[in-house]
Design a protein around this ligand. Structure first.
Ligand code: SD4
Length: 341
């Protein structure tokens, strides 16, 4: 007996109806040709330098996956910012790192609560490529990294992080500061730490072949509880890529990104026909509805690119910028629109 669904999928008219219907998976449809490629976007002003790292790969016709790894490695290795081992520690004084990566074929890898490894994004990629798993955490993630030849770095805070931690110990209050990720922020030694506290970089790229990939790496919220994970290592929250539809990534208060499965939500909204910025805005509105009055105390931001090569972003609060690099704009920083005026 043929069901209505099997009838629709087997007729030409049905295929047209499927394409028009917002509720139907776009997975089976061929991706539309991309216009803006190659293209890379990433969060905060630190994304400018990271994008150039990615652009070295993209401009030579390289793969988006290689670009998003190389790009955020620039930030992880940076001496004066706090993605990577220079990041603010947890409340026990230990730096723990989270990262994830996803390619155009739904391959993904992730590490969380990883200690003493300089490039968590590369370990996440190894998890993706060399294990049957998606995610490794804590001791097991570190053991895997060492087995893969990643050197174990000293357990030591950067001078900025050490100063911030000492300041934090005076009150020991967990109170994240909105937009502290901007390197242009005024020095903020206080509840969540010092200047140059860029807790996360998320990056999305489309290569010359039109394929999408994304990466996300962070030391997490400064002075978090030991063992706390945010959205950044979680595929579907901090990052999601569907090559036929688009890619999205998040930064900001991880708990509130997780609550709405943020990056996946943005991609699903694009699947329903929304442009990247509109999809990011709708996801932010969802966060705001859930948080009510408390929305003013947090920052949440999304960036997205579509399979057609459009990009966009939206934030809950003023102050979020994202960096764009394509053939026309190698150094563009865009102030994102925001919801709470
Ligand atoms: C987290 N989302 O750990 C991260 C923090 C972040 O910019 O994005 N900061 O919740």
């Amino acid at each position: 007996m043929s069901t209505r669904r099997s009838f629709i999928t087997s007729s030409a008219a049905g295929l047209a109806a499927l394409a028009a219907s917002p509720s139907v998976e776009a997975l089976s449809l061929p991706p539309a040709p991309a216009k803006g490629k190659p293209l890379v976007i990433s969060t905060w002003d630190t994304g400018l330098a990271a994008n150039l790292g990615a652009w070295k790969v993209l401009s030579k016709g390289g793969r988006a996956l290689d670009a998003v790894e190389a790009g955020v490695m620039v930030t992880e290795a940076s001496q004066n910012c706090c993605v990577g081992l220079g990041g603010n520690p947890d409340r026990e004084g230990i730096v723990t790192l989270d990262a994830c990566i996803m390619d155009e074929q739904f391959n993904c890898g992730s590490v969380a609560a990883l200690e003493r490894i300089k490039h968590p994004i590369s370990v996440a990629r190894r998890v993706m490529e060399r294990t049957p798993h998606v995610m490794l955490v804590g001791e097991g993630a570190q053991q895997f990294a060492v087995a893969q030849g990643f050197p174990l770095e000293p357990q030591k805070l950067s001078p900025d992080a050490e100063q911030a931690y000492k300041e934090w110990l005076k009150t020991s209050q967990y109170k994240p500061v909105v937009n502290i990720e901007n390197s242009g922020s005024k020095k903020q030694v206080g509840p969540v730490g010092g200047a140059n506290n860029h807790d996360t970089i998320a990056m999305l790229a489309q290569d010359a072949q039109g394929n999408l990939s994304g990466s996300c790496t962070t030391s997490g919220m400064g002075f978090k509880m030991r063992g706390r994970l945010g959205d950044s290592p979680l595929i579907g929250s901090g990052l999601f890529v569907d090559n036929a539809v688009g890619a999205a990534a998040a930064t900001g208060q991880g708990e509130d990104v997780i609550r709405i499965a943020g990056a996946h939500t943005v991609v699903e909204l694009m699947r329903q026909g929304m442009a990247p910025k509109a999809a990011c805005k709708a996801a932010i509105e969802r966060v705001a509805r859930i948080k009510g009055d408390k929305a003013k105390d947090i920052q949440v931001c999304f960036i997205a690119i579509s399979a057609q090569g459009q990009h966009g972003a939206f934030a809950l609060q003023k102050g979020f910028s994202y960096a764009v690099c394509d053939a026309q704009n190698q150094q563009q920083l865009i102030q994102a629109e925001y919801l709470l005026k």
